[in-house]
Design a protein around this ligand. Sequence first.
Ligand code: MOS
Length: 697
Amino acid sequence: MTGTTGTTGAALGAPAERREGRQKVTGAARYAAEYTLPGRAHAWPVPAAVARGRVTAVDTAAALALPGVLAVLTPEDAPRLADPEDATLAVLQGPGVPHRGWCVALAVAETPEAARAAARAVRVTYDTAPHDAAFTEHHRDGYAPQEAGGQPGRVEHGDPRAAFAGADVRVDVTYRVPPLHNHPMEPHASTAHWDGDRLTVYTSSQGGTTVRSTLAQLFRLPEEHVTVVAEHVGGGFGSKGTPRPDVVLAAMAARHTGRPVTLAYARRHLPTVVGHRAPTVQRLRLGAGHDGRLTALLHETTSPTSRVKEFVEYAAVVSRVMYAAPNLLSAHRVVPLDVPTPSWMRAPGEAPGMYALESALDELADVLGLDPVELRARNEPAEEPGSGKPFSSRHVVDCLREGARRFGWEDRDPRPGVRREGSWLLGTGVAAATYPVQAAPSTAGAQALPDGTFVVRINAADIGTGARTVLAQVAADALGVPLDRVRTEVGRSDLPPAPLAGGSSGTASWGWAVHEACAELASRLAAHTGPLPAEGIETRADTTGKADADSPWARHAFGAHFAEVAVDTVTGEIRARRLLGVYAAGRILNARTARSQFTGAMIMGLGMALTEGSTLDPAFGDFPEADLASYHVPVHADVPDVEAHWIDEDDPHLNPMGSKGIGEIGIVGTAAAVGNAVHHATGIRFRELPLTPDRIL
Ligand code: MOS
């Protein structure tokens, strides 16, 4: 975990290179499935082949007769777990099948190939029940959830319906986002090993502290008997934010067989078992005066969840943040169906919510004959509309104006459908972006060694973001030492406990504790005379009560997205030509890794706009798109000129580094900017993603 950074001094903000970059590109970095413990065996799941029902028999004879097969775990004989808080982890605990793909048996063998062959040879008999996997916004089972993304499910101010009915100008539109899947480069995987009643797992996770507490609870162990290692993680985007069944199944199989066991999901397993972005149907009603000022904003969204647990895709929450509207309705509905359980996908809520809101706003600009940047500027709120709190900082109009300047927006002819280049129609679009500032309590240790170097220890997760690197920068800054004198240790549960890499809160949460531990260490060193003792000097900080304190401020990052597209009138193909984002996200702590986060998320937003989409087949109860040949993430040839810029913000109401989260905001407004550009190119509003040629023609 050492390595050169190419940068010393002036640590915060410097474009330091990822410390593990060389290990990754040379193959030296080890991922969860690559821990080749002596005697290691491999597990392969048997997914339920019906959409709803009960397992009545599992015939394992043919599977067990195959060479190299060690065991087949079934709901009858698998180890009994304590009831999990997350019901998706109650695997092999009973005969019930809540959806297709639910794990109904687990084959364990000497090799992955033998385990896969054994899984295919298991004969499962079901008692099939009628299922309902058809999502419609008017489904009779739909209900209004209490909570949506940790906030009230419904917020209503004024009299939105009457204000909308009486508005000078009205837009009433419904936007649809399909189910979406994360598909990280490294599919979910875990290697588990028992030593008596001590469990060690190597797992691909965004938060090892939660994995540890979950496993301790499920297997009825003291937490200190569980070790979780997640040193390198090949992406997660939310799907690895909580423990997934692979880590539970690997631990069960290892206990059952007495061998270390790896369960590495094949990519085709992921769509049903690791969560997805729930589809949304969002109705937006915007009422405004002729001057463009909103008088009513109604944002209502409906999404499905599974029968296993409630998950709400909280798409309407953004309407509590963005625009001044004296009459506001922001409300969610959820429909439980016999389908796989949805979960977090990069900017859950905000990404689909801002797609719909920012598209509807573009429609309003059109009706008013007003420039879409100007329309947004006219609706800047004095305080956060949902809560009435003042913003700690809010530079969304600055982002829009700076983006417009860089993009060349002022030359834009607003008329749709008039720019031709051969068979192509050209257009440009804009959308704003927002993402909340979050932080959770964390602990960190800092140590000064006699050789003048420092070690920072924290169970943070580096999921490819550069967390190790930026935490070293935070430490070097607080210590006032060059960056190359600081080493960081992350990704192991014997390090001080820390929250997950999620909600764009990792750096804020961990960095806060690292900053405090290092500031304390700096003052201890300043007071110290003579050489350091051999073990050095150590400090530890815990931000409980600070990072989780209620704030009188509404704290969010903001941004603006601009897109230029070409639409082929013969084939219906859409090519994005340029994407440009400008962000106001507090202080940027590492210019290089921050740019990667922004542009990576913009590319994910491009996929959301143009190519990505899963189809829940209601007859089948599952997604047919189970590989990268059918689920189309952008490839190099799809990715145009992508630029990310930022406005430096000096916001004293955040954390000691002055940073906001940057991991998710890049996806938030991208799809709307692309969609608005497609309208500008063609003159046609498409209100359902993705914008594939079959829809365009
Ligand atoms: Mo992110 S979807 O909160 O990991």
